[in-house]
Design a protein around this ligand. Structure first.
Ligand code: PLP
Length: 407
């Protein structure tokens, strides 16, 4: 049977003429420089690519705050980066302690079980992060080869505020650490070398404001050497860091690199370097805390206590059990803006990562959330929240405008 070509299929039939503003848990909007780079294809091997990769790695060293040269890009999602990290350090007979805050922390357990490692999990007490004291207790009771944790658990908006303490503690017990910084890298401090983290994984589509489907893993030099010497076979060919090293450090063929993703990441990192991490952290903190304040003025309640609230993805209690799927659909249709629901929790989530952290985007999100809930019968103080926002934004722009003037 012959299959005829389908007729009249165009992207413009389904994509809106003005792009939806992505204010959910990722992917996030990308700067025009990233979008432009992502539309190019150059050869995946040769002198030009070698230079692109070398510059990308120098910029990545700054963003990860590591002098390690073992930073590899991956043609795949952040989960593939997690998989490269896990499968490099774990195989049958190895033991891993997984700090399980929710969906993404738990993914480490699934990955580790997949390669036959023995998995032990620590869960938080209620809406808390995992405390170093509980980790210490676990490390005293058993020997582990690896400990995994997320810096920010996107699924419930909780930040592991004792991360530094925990990774330092693991070091004293000779345990290697894998940190998921998928939604947090470049939005808040995570100095890999200073905190002595062994592996950090990140995806493109969140804090970095690059594209989905291109991730990165940074191995400390010592950890890469350890992996290089392992005798157990690597379960994955594409996700073998020793093979990735050939391309990322020597410009040799591993697999055909996702060229547009590499170029997009180059641009995303360049913009971060231009902005500087300090200023970027400040921008994220300011935008997220402004949004938090205005949401509360509006009458909404945040899911996570302030002390360990993840600023990168805000979890907000869903009042009156509104059907969040319908709320989100309404906001897309009426306001051209998308936020996220959740994995089983009665919350909505608003992202504050990369390009989402622009005052005009926050204002639009506030208005859309307020109008959305209003439509579904939850009456919030939208006007008051927006006035509060305008006041904060005005003061902020006056401050930035006059910051260079002497007192
Ligand atoms: C903290 C965290 N880790 C891992 C992932 C998985 O990312 P991906 O969907 O790119 O595999 C996500 C995605 O939302 C995340 O937020």
């Amino acid at each position: 049977m012959k299959i005829a070509p389908p007729s009249e299929i165009k992207l413009t039939q389904i994509l809106p003429s003005v792009p939806i503003l992505l204010m959910g848990s990722g992917p996030v909007p990308v700067p025009k420089e990233v979008a432009a780079a992502n539309s190019l294809v150059v050869s995946h091997l040769g002198e030009t690519m070698k230079q692109i990769v070398s510059r990308l790695q120098i910029m990545a060293q700054y963003v990860f705050q590591t002098s390690s040269q073992k930073i590899f890009g991956i043609a795949g999602p952040s989960s593939a980066a997690m998989e490269m990290a896990v499968t490099s350090l774990l195989w049958p007979g190895k033991k891993v302690l997984v700090l399980n805050l929710g969906t993404f922390s738990a993914r480490f357990s699934e990955l580790a079980k997949g390669v036959g490692a023995e998995v032990t999990e620590i869960f938080p007490d209620g809406h808390n992060p995992i405390w170093a004291l509980d980790v210490k207790r676990a490390l005293e009771q058993n020997h582990y080869d690896v400990l995994t944790l997320v810096q920010g658990e996107t699924s419930c908006g909780i930040k592991n505020i004792e991360l530094e303490k925990i990774v330092r503690l693991a070091k004293t017990y000779g345990v290697k650490t894998i940190v998921d910084a998928v939604c947090t890298l470049s939005t808040m401090p995570l100095p890999m070398d200073e905190w002595e983290i062994d592996i950090v994984v990140v995806g493109g589509q969140k804090g970095l404001s690059a594209i989905p489907g291109f991730a990165m893993v940074a191995f400390s030099e010592e950890t890469f050497e350890y992996v290089s010497k392992r005798e157990a076979l690597m379960p994955h060919w594409c996700l073998d860091p020793r093979r990735a090293h050939r391309f990322w450090s020597m410009g040799e063929y591993h697999y055909t690199a996702p060229v547009p993703g590499v170029l997009a990441m180059h641009e995303a990192l360049r913009l971060i370097c231009n902005e500087t991490l300090e200023k970027r952290f400040e921008r994220h903190l300011f935008c997220s805390t402004t949004l938090q304040k205005c949401l509360q003025v509006m009458g909404l309640e945040l899911y996570t206590p302030e002390k360990f609230r993840l600023n990168s993805v805000l979890a907000i209690k869903n009042p009156n059990k509104v059907v969040t799927k319908d709320l989100i659909y309404y906001m897309i249709k009426q306001h051209g803006l998308e936020i996220s629901g959740a994995f089983g929790l009665d919350i909505i989530r608003i992202g504050q990562m990369g390009e989402q952290c622009r005052l005009e985007n926050i204002r639009r999100a506030l208005v859309a959330v307020g109008a959305g809930y209003n439509h579904f019968g939850v009456h919030l103080n939208v006007e008051e929240a927006v006035s509060e926002f305008d006041l904060i934004a005005e003061r902020h722009s006056a401050l930035t405008l006059f910051a260079h003037l002497p007192l």
